[in-house]
Ligand binder design. Structure first.
Ligand code: PMV
Length: 327
């Protein structure tokens, strides 16, 4: 049996703009997704999601033969694809496996739950089959799986949760691992509104195609913000970060990926003394982040009083890891 664990992630600066080649800054947070993989008799792959109480049995042709619940196909299929991809990558025919996913990360909220599940699954299954993949291979596998689902993802979620830490990401690679002398205190507020990142990436793609000049002006400003944020973080000069977050939020509003729910929580955080606040991830709902130090308790209360849910979590430097492996 092998257990692998992946963190979740937040994007501090540059989401959406990163899809067309800008830099973005993201970091891992200590909300784990664990995947347990074990050998099972036969050639079927059984996938279980503990929190969602779903279970499905996939035959060697990829057909879902037995399952419980309407959401089984949509939820379990991407996990099966990660298992099947790993076996093909290792040039193995499908063998009997049981894969159990346990996660407290809310799905579809911009915290990288699908990337975390993919990298933990690839890591656990490859280790179980005695061919543990390198971080580079795990990232490549998870990125190709994501490309099958969404038109044109940047790969930032997969890179962040694979390698871990605070990173600056651009064009499929990590530009820099940032090791700030101190980390900003970030509060995550969840609107509770689930949405599809793909829909919002599509919206921005249409803006880029239909109004290239408008897009390019905004993207230039976003790049400038990401670079200034990277410098400020590197030297631990956090005073400027809050206003950079506010500026980034304005640009995200201009490209149409914010939402009234997000903006309610963002204003609540700012009026309770946050130094800055913005949406994080795909937008349209999902989560926002606020930076606050001595006003943190008021900011949390204000987010909750406005209908949001604060997700307690902190920075973790660790990416995906095999945490237990025994036969
Ligand atoms: O998966 P999410 O919602 O955290 O969004 C990922 C970040 C985007 O920039 C919106 C999309 C991408 O592929 O980079």
């Amino acid at each position: 049996m092998v257990i692998a664990s992946s963190p979740a992630k937040i994007i501090l600066f540059g989401e959406h703009f990163v899809v067309a080649g800008n830099s973005a800054i993201s970091m891992t947070i200590d909300l784990p997704t664990t995947v347990t993989a074990e050998i099972m008799d036969g050639k079927h792959v059984q996938i279980e999601s503990t929190e969602l109480k779903l279970r499905g049995l996939f035959n060697p042709n990829g057909g879902l033969e037995e399952f419980n619940g309407d959401a089984a196909e949509a939820t379990l299929r991407p996990i099966y694809e990660a298992v099947s991809f790993t076996m093909r990558h290792l040039r193995r025919p499908q063998s009997g496996l049981r894969v159990i996913v346990e996660s407290d990360v809310p799905i579809g909220m911009g915290l990288g739950s699908s990337a975390a599940t993919a990298v933990a699954t690839v890591s656990a299954v490859s280790r179980l089959l005695d061919h543990p993949l390198s971080k580079e291979e795990v990232f490549e596998a998870a990125y190709s799986l994501e490309r099958m689902v969404h038109g044109r993802p940047s790969g930032i979620d997969q890179a962040t949760v694979t390698y871990g830490g605070l990173i600056s990401y651009r064009n499929g690679t990590i530009e820099a691992q940032l090791t700030p002398p101190r980390h900003p205190n970030l509060i995550i507020g969840n609107t509770g509104k689930r949405r599809s990142t793909g829909d919002f990436v599509g919206k921005v793609t249409r803006l880029r195609r239909d109004e290239p000049e408008k897009y390019s002006k905004i993207a230039t400003q976003a790049q400038n913000i990401a670079e200034r944020a990277r410098n400020a973080l590197s030297i631990g000069q956090l005073d400027e970060l809050g206003s950079l977050m506010d500026d980034n939020q304005k640009l995200l509003e201009m490209i149409g990926v914010s939402s009234p729910d997000l903006e309610r929580l963002i204003s609540a955080a700012r009026s309770a003394g946050a130094q800055g606040a913005k949406l994080t991830g795909g937008g349209g709902g999902g989560c926002m982040i606020a930076m606050a130090d001595h006003t943190a308790a008021e900011v949390c209360r204000s987010i909750e009083a406005t209908g949001g849910r604060v997700l307690p979590s902190t920075f973790t430097p660790f990416g995906v890891q095999v945490i237990q492996a025994k036969r």
